[in-house]
Design a protein around this ligand. Structure first.
Ligand SMILES: Nc1ncnc2c1ncn2[C@@H]1O[C@H](COP(=O)(O)OP(=O)(O)OP(=O)(O)O)[C@@H](O)[C@H]1O
Ligand SMILES: [Mg+2]
Length: 285
């Protein structure tokens, strides 16, 4: 379980460039949940996930992972070793080893996984992100953008984290690559019941795979609820520079035009079913 308690974060405190990136944020994420973290650019998403991962210390407040206070300096490394995996925003810039193999093996080696297990870990992670083994001896710099992104994700998966945090994992990828990576993350979540936090700008992506959403605005939590609850108030989201998925807008419009459809729909398949129901109803009359 992840408990974030009254966390605030200030960049460049005491200088003219001071920015309050997080302002008294509190929430809880249960084990095995799949959470979307959305918000306008600069709303504090990356700062928040860096703090949850223990990479950055909050200016004030606490983060507890399975009842262990990770903001307490001493316990941090032991408690977190391999438990939380964070895939940074634009992780491909952090590939640095001479081969893909070494890059994916780096994490597990670093947390003390025995050498005899490393090979299996590397191959399994590679498979999970949908890459074949002939890539292992290449330099990460020879790869395409999408491949680099997958290698970077594999480098986190090879540590087998219980909590997987991905900061904009699909940013800048083409729609095909985006859907494939999202599909793999969804599979990981259902196969291994890990907790996932997916940071995204895209309501469509979040609607496709998450169960609950945290909406951030200017360093605060604006909403934290199940998808239908969050998308119900599209006006409030728009006021905060966010939109609901396109299909939700369409259903809301159909309803306002007098059609008897549900307007709390955010997935294409559900919309299709709802519209077919209306069409069939029309035939019966
Ligand atoms: N290293 C830094 N130094 C100073 N200010 C920073 C730094 N990093 C972030 N900020 C500021 O803190 C606030 C929150 O930034 P953060 O990167 O957490 O937002 P974000 O929601 O992840 O944005 P994006 O969607 O663009 O990735 C912003 O106002 C940003 O300008
Ligand atoms: Mg960010």
């Amino acid at each position: 379980m992840i408990e974030v308690k009254n966390v605030s974060y200030v960049y460049s405190a005491g200088t003219p460039f001071e920015v309050k990136a997080l302002d008294d944020v509190s929430f809880t994420i249960g084990e095995g949940e799949f959470i979307g973290l959305i918000g306008h650019t600069g709303s504090g998403k990356s700062t928040l996930v860096n703090i949850i991962s223990g990479i950055v210390k909050p200016t004030s407040g606490q983060v507890l992972i399975d009842n262990i206070d990770i903001t307490n300096q001493k316990s941090v490394t032991r408690a977190l070793k391999g438990k939380i995996g964070l895939v940074f925003q634009y992780p491909e810039y952090q590939l640095f080893e001479e081969t893909v193999y070494k890059d994916i093996a780096f994490g597990p080696k670093n947390i003390g996984v025995p050498d005899s297990e490393i090979d299996d870990r590397v191959k399994e992670a590679l498979k999970t992100v949908g890459l074949s083994e002939d890539i292992l001896n290449k330099s990460p710099f020879e790869l395409s953008g999408g491949q680099k992104r997958r290698v970077a994700i594999a480098g986190i998966l090879s540590m087998k984290p219980k909590i997987l945090i991905l900061d904009e994992p699909t940013a800048g990828l083409d729609p095909g690559g985006r859907d494939e990576i999202l599909g793999r993350i969804k599979e990981l979540h259902s196969d291994y019941s890990i907790t996932v936090i997916l940071v995204s700008h895209s309501m469509e992506d979040v609607a496709k795979i998450c169960e609950k959403v945290i909406v951030m605005s200017q360093g605060k939590i604006l909403k934290y609820s199940y998808l239908d609850e969050v998308f119900k108030d599209s006006e409030e989201l728009r006021e905060n520079g966010l939109s609901v998925p396109e299909i939700t807008t369409i259903m809301q419009k159909l309803k306002s035009l007098g059609l008897d459809v549900r307007d709390d729909i955010f997935r294409i398949e559900d919309a299709k079913e709802e519209i077919l129901k209306i069409l069939k109803g029309g035939e019966d009359q």
